[in-house]
Write a protein that binds this ligand. Sequence first.
Ligand SMILES: NC(=O)c1ccc[n+]([C@@H]2O[C@H](COP(=O)([O-])OP(=O)(O)OC[C@H]3O[C@@H](n4cnc5c(N)ncnc54)[C@H](OP(=O)(O)O)[C@@H]3O)[C@@H](O)[C@H]2O)c1
Length: 261
Amino acid sequence: MTRAFVLAATCAYGLLTASVPSWAATVLVTGSNRGLGYEFVRQYAARGDTVIATTRHPQDAKELRELAAKNKNIAVESLDVTDQAQIDALAAKYKSKPIDILINNAGAMGPPSSQAMGSIDHKLFQQVMDTNVYGVMAVTMAFKDNIIASEQKKVIAITSVAGSMTGPWERLGGIYFYRASKAALNNVMRGMGIDLRKQGVIFGLVAPGAADTDMLRNEFGFKGRMTPASDSVAGMMKNIDAFTLENSKKPIDFDGKVIDW
Ligand SMILES: NC(=O)c1ccc[n+]([C@@H]2O[C@H](COP(=O)([O-])OP(=O)(O)OC[C@H]3O[C@@H](n4cnc5c(N)ncnc54)[C@H](OP(=O)(O)O)[C@@H]3O)[C@@H](O)[C@H]2O)c1
């Protein structure tokens, strides 16, 4: 082996390792085909993390598949968070793989007109609660050992100011199912956090503000000023990076403000 070869190999290795930060993590994101979930995948992958990007319908997730085609560190997987058989199958596929950060992002709001005074739809209530609450519990439990085996040990859920008794929703009515689901989510996350605290698992609740996605713009029909999904996710990732067992008890908005329950 010549000196020149050794030098070139050392430089190439240096360049390669320089592009993968020493804190590279494995991140699993639910509901990652659009909106905030897609943005989490894009931004975690861009900083060198390995991402398991899950979606209900990978075959229809054109943008996500295109992103994955350009990034070897993104694996696209099928997952409906309300389908226990699918959750079990994915957990079996990744058995023994440490997962540093689980982003429970998949969420449903449903039409506001079906969760208003005088008009409530029981089937929709069950669907919203199944997705936003039960799905988070089921996915977290299925991947519990992967998280415990990781370095960062973080379980994250995307909550909303609509789940709080203070802030803007103190004065606003409507979207009963959605606000009930996010309030329940907050408390379930607290309970699971207490149960896995001894194993060092950090449970963190982050909120995206009013982020420009299908949910807010089209489903809710929000007409006010919205934060681009990319800025909202960048803020939430900063908060997730800073979470410790001690500082993660209260939900935190993308801009760093604590959301009172
Ligand atoms: N945008 C905001 O301002 C805002 C504010 C507060 C909280 N949030 C929360 O942020 C999270 C992401 O919301 P978003 O604004 O990005 O909404 P979005 O654009 O409507 O995206 C929702 C995502 O969740 C997925 N999903 C729904 N049900 C699912 C299920 N059963 N299994 C797996 N995936 C499912 C959707 O997949 P399909 O394409 O298959 O439907 C989609 O990928 C949600 O938890 C939401 O409640 C958003």
